[in-house]
Design a protein around this ligand. Structure first.
Ligand SMILES: Nc1nc2c(c(=O)[nH]1)N[C@H]1C(S)=C(S)[C@@H](COP(=O)(O)O)O[C@H]1N2
Ligand SMILES: [Mo]
Length: 552
């Protein structure tokens, strides 16, 4: 590139105020160019596959790199909208960067070109080095950057139309050759007498905005080709050889109590926690689960291998996230269909030296589960069905792990494609590397669902109700305290399985007034839920759920 500096005369002469007026337009040019770059990047990614999308790859990289406290804050603050928050935050950063680039490029085209090139290289590197990425996946980001450069130069050319006096020295003024050619080909080069061609700038802007939206939209549409929703709908699940324990009639207290969490969480409402910005799409026909590491006879399994086994089980298990705060909603219950994990591992000759299973998902996540639990916890499974359907894509289609009694981040690997029998000494999994506890049994917990905190309700008799869980141990009792009164025993939903949460209800006569309600659970083994408060990091929250309610 030749020099792109304006002549000193232009900076300080009569033209200077006009250039200042151009700055907001240059910032807009930067923004539009970024839009074109992102749009074209998505279009090329649409042709190549989701793993090559620069936007997603950069977002994934940001998630991997942000320090743990920030991530914990994001999950605590935005909950399941954490990824939307990330995408919005990233777009804001990109927008600021692009606006500044636009202004810089007004004086120095090379700065603009270099800035966009850098932007493209970051996207290219992120996509090419992603878990499903290869060198070719750099293409969309590079194509996007190139389109962004063309857009930026074309837009800026509208802001630096040579004046009559400067016409002869045009090439010294802002002589980027590409800009020259673009300007000539776009028909602005012959316009004289004004430093700024607003009309043409806005026309070019409209074209750039249109191109950004059209390419980005087309890219998104093309990416839908990779969605596995159709293949999922076509998948036939086997009948279980061992069905779930029968539930007695009326087992679900929520049928009678307003505001109480239902015994089974519908798939659509099931909490979702993972680091995937776009949900991994695995075609059933392409699915492969490979066993590696400390097995005597490691091998790979197709989905049909797993679905066709004769030992399919169906179990009701409550899943819980370690990030759940006291009274929080990051827990859900489903009827899972799958194969027993312990039998499967033994069949493949898992060696006694392994104390950690490194579970790998197609998106590069590693989840380290204790081998002892995988082998020894009853009903640990490789699940492919959830509440009577194939696993929803967001919940790990086609296969995930479920181990009752362990928080999801050390047991419930979704989009599971590999199990390596390993040791804790040999490998730190994703969350362990980020200082979460390597081993994390679910803590006994209870929650008040109704009445809702701070809500006013008419005085009189009314149900206090909620859920409590202590997977693998079972819930033995739940008690409620009103203000500083005695602990009052609540009535429990039938005990069906220790891995299933239990609903509880306590009818109570409320005189008008304000009350502090507190709940505590005791496991079937007699462990009383501690009132000692702990934050979710690093091994799960503890403390009693306590809310203020008002009867009027
Ligand atoms: N591949 C993958 N599996 C994952 C995670 C993830 O980020 N990636 N998150 C884990 C965590 S922290 C939890 S709590 C559970 C949540 O499962 P769900 O989203 O189906 O509720 O999945 C686990 N499995
Ligand atoms: Mo989690």
């Amino acid at each position: 590139m030749t020099t792109t500096e304006q002549s000193p005369a232009a900076a300080t002469g009569p033209d200077a105020p006009r250039r200042r007026g151009r700055r907001p337009l240059a910032a807009a040019a930067g923004l539009l160019s970024a839009g074109v770059a992102l749009g074209v990047g998505e279009l090329v990614a649409g042709l190549m596959g989701p793993q090559s999308s620069p936007v997603v790859a950069v977002g994934d990289t940001v998630i991997t790199l942000v320090p743990e406290p920030v991530k914990a804050f994001a999950i605590a603050t935005f909950g399941e909208s954490d990824k939307i928050a990330l995408v919005v935050g990233t777009l804001v950063v990109i927008a600021l960067y692009a606006a500044v680039l636009g202004v810089l490029a007004l004086r120095r085209r090379t700065a603009g070109v270099a800035g966009i090139a850098l932007f493209g290289l970051v996207g290219a590197a992120a996509a090419a080095t992603g878990p499903a990425g290869g060198p070719l996946d750099a293409l969309p980001a590079l194509a996007g950057a190139l389109a962004g450069v063309v857009a930026l130069l074309a837009l800026l050319a509208r802001l630096t139309v040579p004046t009559a006096g400067a016409a002869q020295t045009r090439s010294d003024d802002d002589g980027a050759p590409l800009a020259e050619r673009l300007r000539a080909s776009l028909g602005a080069g012959d316009r004289k007498g004004a430093g700024l061609d607003r009309r043409r700038f806005f026309l070019t802007s409209a074209a750039a905005a249109g191109a950004a939206v059209a390419t980005g939209g087309a890219g998104r549409l093309l990416l839908r080709r990779f969605d596995v929703g159709g293949a999922r709908a076509d998948l036939a699940l086997p009948a279980p050889a061992s069905p779930a324990a029968a539930l007695p009639a009326g087992a679900d207290l929520a049928e009678r109590i307003d505001g109480l969490t239902p015994l089974f969480t519908p798939n659509r409402e099931f909490y979702r926690v993972d680091t995937a910005i776009t949900v991994p799409q695995i075609r059933p026909a392409d699915y492969e689960l490979s066993l590696t590491g400390m097995f005597d006879s490691p091998r790979s399994y197709t989905l049909d291998d797993l679905l066709g086994r004769s030992d399919v089980i169906e179990r009701d298990i409550t899943l819980t996230c370690v990030s759940n705060t006291v009274g929080g909603r990051l827990a859900g219950t489903a009827r899972w269909l799958g194969i027993p994990l312990g039998a499967f591992l033994r069949e493949n000759g898992i060696r006694s030296g392994s104390d950690q299973l490194v579970c790998r998902s197609v998106d590069g996540m590693t989840i380290g589960a204790p081998t002892r639990s995988a082998l020894g916890v009853e009903d640990a499974m490789l699940a492919f069905g959830m509440n009577g359907e194939p696993l929803p894509v967001e919940h790990g289609f086609p296969v995930r792990m479920v181990i009752p009694g362990l928080y999801g981040y050390v047991s419930a690997c979704k989009w599971l494609t590999g199990i390596e029998a390993s040791t804790y000494d040999a490998f730190d999994a994703y969350w362990t590397e980020r200082d979460w506890a390597a081993q994390a049994p679910i803590r006994i917990a209870s929650r008040i669902d109704t009445p809702a905190p701070l809500r006013r309700f008419p005085a009189g008799r009314r149900a206090i109700a909620g859920v409590a869980w202590a997977q693998t141990r079972g819930i033995g009792a739940v008690e409620v305290r009103v203000d500083d009164g005695p602990w009052l025993p609540a009535q429990l939903s039938p005990q069906v399985d220790a891995d299933l949460w239990r609903q509880w209800v306590l009818p109570h006569d409320f005189a008008p007034g304000s009350y502090q309600l507190t709940v505590r659970a005791t496991s079937a083994e007699g462990e009383v839920q501690t009132e000692e408060r702990a934050e979710p990091f690093p091994a799960g929250s503890s403390g009693l759920h306590s809310i203020r309610v008002n009867a009027t």
